[in-house]
Every structure is written in structure tokens, then in C-alpha cells.
Design a protein around this ligand. Sequence first.
Ligand SMILES: *[C@@H]1O[C@H](CO)[C@@H](O)[C@H](O)[C@H]1NC(C)=O
Ligand SMILES: *[C@@H]1O[C@H](CO)[C@@H](O)[C@H](O)[C@H]1NC(C)=O
Ligand SMILES: *[C@@H]1O[C@H](CO)[C@@H](O)[C@H](O)[C@H]1NC(C)=O
Ligand SMILES: *[C@@H]1O[C@H](CO)[C@@H](O)[C@H](O)[C@H]1NC(C)=O
Ligand SMILES: *[C@@H]1O[C@H](CO)[C@@H](O)[C@H](O)[C@H]1NC(C)=O
Length: 352
Amino acid sequence: MIMTWRHGFVMLLALVLVLDERQADGAVSAEVQKLIHQANLNGPYVGLVIPNLFELSPLLRHPNFTSTNFTIPFSGRRFRFGIIGEKRVILVMTGLSLINAGITTQLLLTLFKIEGVVHYGIAGNANPSLNIGDVTIPQYWSQTSLWYWQRYGDGPLDELALESNGDYTREIGLLKFANFTTNVTACPSDDNLLNNVWYQPEEVFPIDGAPEQRQHAFWVPVDSKYFRTAKTVEDLKLEGCLNSTACLDEKPKVVTVQRGTSGSIFLDNAAYRSFIYSKFNVSPVDMESASLALICLQQRVPFIIIRALSNLAGGGSAESNEVHIFTSLAANNAVTVVIEFIKQLSAKMRLI
Ligand SMILES: *[C@@H]1O[C@H](CO)[C@@H](O)[C@H](O)[C@H]1NC(C)=O
Ligand SMILES: *[C@@H]1O[C@H](CO)[C@@H](O)[C@H](O)[C@H]1NC(C)=O
Ligand SMILES: *[C@@H]1O[C@H](CO)[C@@H](O)[C@H](O)[C@H]1NC(C)=O
Ligand SMILES: *[C@@H]1O[C@H](CO)[C@@H](O)[C@H](O)[C@H]1NC(C)=O
Ligand SMILES: *[C@@H]1O[C@H](CO)[C@@H](O)[C@H](O)[C@H]1NC(C)=O
């Protein structure tokens, strides 16, 4: 075939159109953009961010969750739509740990019209006055796995590298490895090559601040209205038995507590558990909540976190972690509280 200039022009035009369409879509295909647009016409939604499948499943099965059978798969996640009480909700599962929780929460807030975020799941318990099966709702969250690991020989009086730049700080406090030495007879017990770790705040870039102008955050408060609403679900009755024979020693309860903390660390160590409890007064310890708190802080979206205690973070028996026994009980209790909390939000909405 002989190609005329006219053919060539048409082909070029076609190519430009194809490229244009791709560029306009960015990473979000036109098809997904259409679904998102359609979903947002029914917004705003309460976003429910959930770490794992075993925590998501009891909510999907709960009689007071109504699925609309509408889902949007995107970027390795699935956004599921439904109704609890009179609130329209979007459910999304994050996967384990801080990075997954952060990415998923940011996607949720970027793509959809969200009035607030409720995060729930199971957690370890650092607070000796609480029990497995209890559902905790902390007022503050921190991320305690951002560390400055100090060189051997330096101590609390030595300035950290880049401290004068404002990159690192000694304000939050330290973990001193020598304090955890055991069975020492011949050698000094106040000396350890692992030296000290200084806890660091996260850099945050709020949506209403100047781009690239960092601020710092360590303790992030949950939304004060949500926290007041949470206090109204404290008298909720929770399940205390796995089956007809296996029951918890103490009847589980819903409690608002001062603080929780997260890290990209599965905590199963009694010494560290008791250290962070005495240092920070934290009750639940988990691997996702603080990410969500930090993203919601930056995006200025109200949030609350509901975590059911499923293990003692290493403080239980020496033989094993309790998590494999009580996971389903704790996940169910968390879901019970989440459903009631969202119903209370709906009730408040009706009063306005
Ligand atoms: C579902 O909601 C109804 C009405 O509020 C309530 O009576 C019932 O106990 C709830 N079911 C469960 C399993 O929580
Ligand atoms: C969603 O699908 C289930 C199972 O097919 C069905 O029973 C239910 O009525 C559907 N719900 C809606 C709101 O369409
Ligand atoms: C280490 O232990 C000593 C003695 O118990 C205590 O006074 C000190 O506060 C501890 N230091 C840290 C950083 O935990
Ligand atoms: C201390 O050492 C003894 C003898 O090696 C050992 O049996 C014991 O378990 C050790 N205790 C701790 C807390 O490590
Ligand atoms: C109840 O659960 C416990 C712990 O999982 C299990 O060992 C026991 O066999 C169960 N009992 C019944 C009657 O299902």
C-alpha cells in the first residue's frame, strides 16, 4: 500500500488521541474513574479501614451490615460499599503493617468523598489492668518504630546527628538496652553495644499547610466528637466465650483509654511490653493504627480507632502467644463495637 500524507496524518492523529486518553487517565483507568464518580454521587461515606481478612469477614457476615454488592477493585485493594444504621460506608482491607495501612488510607481519602474514618481490628495489650477480649478506644496514637539508634559510647547528653537541623530529637525519650540485661554476674550490667534508641516523631505535611513544609507529630489525637460518641458505647455487652466450654476468665468490656501505639513490629516480648506501658501509658499495641492516624491528621479527616485485645504482647504465659486462640473472639467483639458506634453516629445525624 502506498501511504499518502493524508493516511499518515490520520494515523498520527489516532496515535495522539490514544496517547491523550492514556495521559488523561493517569494511573486510574477511565472505567475505574467512572465507578468512583458514580460512588461519590452517593457520598459522603464513613470509611472503614481494616487490617486483615479475619477482621473484615465478621463485619461482612454481621446482620446489621447491609452490603450494596458494589465493589471497586483498585491498586491491589477492593473498596466494598454498604450501609450500617443510616450511614453509607466503604470497607477496605489494608494488609499488615504501617506502609500498607498508610497507602490504603491515603487511597481511600484521595478517591472517595469521606466524612470520617473508623479503623478497627485486634491488638496486643500492654496495660496490665485490661484483659483479652476487651475492646479499647484510645484518645491518642503514636508510631513508636521510627528510631534514632545512637552509637555506642554516646549517651543522653550527646547531641544526635542532624539534631540541630531539626531532623532528630531527644525530646520523646529513649530505650536503653543495658537496662534489659539479664543473668549478669561477671560483666557490668550497665553496658551494652546496642546502646540507646531514641523515639522520633513523624514528619507530617498537612493538606492545608505549604507543600514540602514539614511539621512533626508524635501523639495524634482522635476526633473529639467521635471520642465522645465512643464513650456512649462503653456499656455494650460483649461476647466472653469462644464456644460452649471455652470462656474468658473476665467478662470483656468496652473501654476508652488514654493511648495506643503502633510499629512495624509484632510485639511478643514481656520486657518491652512493660517498658512501653510504663514509659508511654499505652494500652493497645498494633501494627497499623498510627499510620491511619497520621494520614487522617494530614488530610484533616475525623477518625477513631477501635481495637480488641487478643493477646498480651508477650506478657502472658511463657509457652505461647494467646493470639491464635482468641483472634476470632476479639475480631467479633471489635465488629460489635464498630457497628454500634456507627449506629450512634447515624442517630446523632438524625438529631441535627
Ligand atoms: C442489629 O440491630 C438491631 C436493631 O438495632 C438490634 O436489635 C440487634 O441486636 C442487632 N443485631 C446484632 C447481632 O447486633
Ligand atoms: C447482594 O447479593 C446477595 C447475594 O447475591 C443478595 O442476597 C442481596 O440481596 C444483594 N443485596 C443488594 C442490596 O442487592
Ligand atoms: C534504666 O534503668 C534505671 C534503673 O532502673 C532507670 O532509672 C532508668 O530510667 C532506665 N533508663 C531508661 C532509658 O529506661
Ligand atoms: C539464667 O541462667 C540460668 C543458668 O544458665 C538459666 O537456667 C536461667 O534460665 C537464666 N535466666 C534468665 C532469665 O535468662
Ligand atoms: C472450644 O474451643 C477450644 C479452643 O479453641 C477448643 O479447644 C475446644 O475443643 C472447643 N470446645 C468445643 C465444645 O467446641
